[in-house]
Design a protein around this ligand. Structure first.
Ligand code: UDX
Length: 442
């Protein structure tokens, strides 16, 4: 049981049931806590109440069972919980690099006045450093429990597509706290993963906020580093896939986030490095992070360079070309298309006059809402039928396992751009395909 205040408590609320909040709520229920998830979106709450996640995440659905309920009511949240996790979104602000914090301030202002007994509010959302200290002050001012109502910051590092594993067995737990009581509560709450060997690091609030953005900045930098090397490889006829393999064998470098290709997207890395840049400017330390601008530019260039490869294979122009696109999710095992490099490339080729037909195992519904102008197919083979160029843009396993002969029989021309360096080039070339990938000799 989590000890908080006078009583032993086991009732937890999770506010914001997006990817992060839903996975967190489901995993806490799986660990044996009674959990109430809350979201302002009635449709999400209805779906989750029926036990159906409103997004694709392997292994999550079986966890949406007993011990877990959902509501749209802050009043219920305040009555129910002794520990309240805040998992609302902090997207990029329109027309700016800064994070839009309206959801997080909205949450604290709605919840605070209802908190009339000692409790712990734990932020998990990714926020600009300094936000937690401001929120802590506001919370103790507006809540009837006053200083009995504490704030902690406990950033989340889960990867989409691996949300359940990363939540049940995180590689570290970082707890930004301002009291021994809050630290004890979080240690109790995470007793399971801690007993299984997960390191627990107690920090102050700004350090906890920074760990998250620094980790994402580092991962983004690694990805852009190898993609910058791909540009150098192209100028020198070297092979970035081999280069990456060799670099990865140095234990000081390691192979994670070193796969070259179309670059990073999704709901975290792109907006987090931009928000970090914006915050650094406010803090007067923009010079220290100016390299992140380059990280962002290298990343955006990958998309343009993949379009260039397709154009080259199409003979110099994409106008009126039939193009087959495999994958539009920002990564495999996810239906998330936020800032998806794959979808961006597909939409750009359409703007350049191509007829683009897209297939993705799970992300088509989301893609078609945002880009109704593209054509959508029910299978990989349908998407590439009669294509003059085929592009693999999200490395779903079924595309990596594709048979070059079978694919070759339906296309108009055997031209493939491997946007994710996911295919073994030799069998494709042996089957008569012109195989191209960023940073690879041809
Ligand atoms: C990321 C972080 O990994 C996670 O710790 C953080 O909490 C949230 O952001 P996620 O967005 O799920 O998680 O995706 P991740 O697996 O890190 O991939 C991000 C993007 O980088 C994807 O578009 C992926 O395709 C791309 N990527 C990843 C590469 O291009 N090369 C790589 O080597 C790794």
């Amino acid at each position: 049981m989590v000890a908080y205040g006078e009583d032993a408590v086991s009732r937890i609320t999770v506010i914001g049931t997006g990817y992060l909040g839903t996975a967190h709520a489901a995993c806490l229920a799986e660990m044996g806590f009674e959990v109430l998830g809350m979201d302002v979106d009635q449709e999400k709450v209805d779906a989750l109440t029926r036990g159906v996640p409103h997004f694709y995440e392997p292994g999550l659905e079986p966890l949406l069972h007993s011990g877990l309920s959902f509501t749209t009511s802050y009043a219920e949240v305040a009555v129910f919980g002794d520990v309240h996790f805040v998992c609302v979104g902090t997207p990029q602000r329109a027309g700016s690099y800064r994070a839009d914090l309206s959801q997080i301030y909205g949450c604290i202002h709605a919840l605070g006045p209802l908190l009339d007994r000692p409790c712990l509010v734990v932020g998990k959302s990714t926020v600009p450093v300094g936000t937690a200290e401001r929120l802590a002050g506001q919370l103790s001012r507006i809540s009837p429990a006053g200083h009995g109502c504490e704030l902690a910051w406990n950033p989340e590092f889960l990867r989409e597509g691996h949300a359940v594993h990363d939540t049940m067995r995180p590689n570290r737990i970082v707890a930004g706290v301002t009291s021994a009581r809050a630290e004890a509560a979080l240690r109790e709450l995470y007793a399971g993963p801690i007993a299984a060997g997960t390191p627990f690091l107690a920090t102050d609030l700004p350090t906890a906020e920074l760990v998250k953005v620094a980790a994402n900045a580092f991962l983004a930098t690694k990805i852009s580093f190898i993609n910058a090397m791909a540009e150098v490889c192209e100028a020198t006829n070297a092979d970035v896939a081999k280069l990456s393999e060799a670099l990865a064998l140095d234990p000081r470098i390691g192979g994670a986030a070193l796969r070259p290709g179309l670059g990073f997207g999704g709901g975290c890395l792109p907006k987090d490095i931009r928000a970090f840049l914006a915050r650094a400017e406010e803090l007067g330390v923009d010079q220290a992070l100016s390299f992140l601008r380059e990280v962002d530019s290298v990343n955006m260039r990958c998309r343009a360079r993949v379009v260039d490869l397709a154009r080259e294979l199409a003979g110099g122009s994409l106008r009126d070309q039939a193009i087959g696109v495999l994958g539009v999710a920002f990564k495999p095992d996810s239906d998330d298309i936020r800032d998806s490099p794959a979808l961006d490339v597909a939409a750009t080729m359409h703007r350049l006059g191509a007829t683009v037909t897209v297939y993705d195992p799970v992300a088509l519904g989301n893609a078609c809402q945002v880009h109704p102008e593209l054509s959508y197919a029910g299978s990989a083979l349908d998407a590439i039928t009669s294509a003059t160029v085929t592009l693999l843009l999200t490395e779903w396993q079924e595309f990596c396992d594709a048979d070059p002969e079978e694919f070759g029989r339906v296309v108009a021309k055997r031209n493939i751009v491997d946007g994710r360096n996911a295919l073994d080039a030799d069998p494709w070339r042996e089957a008569g395909w012109t195989y191209r990938a960023l940073g690879r000799p041809y």
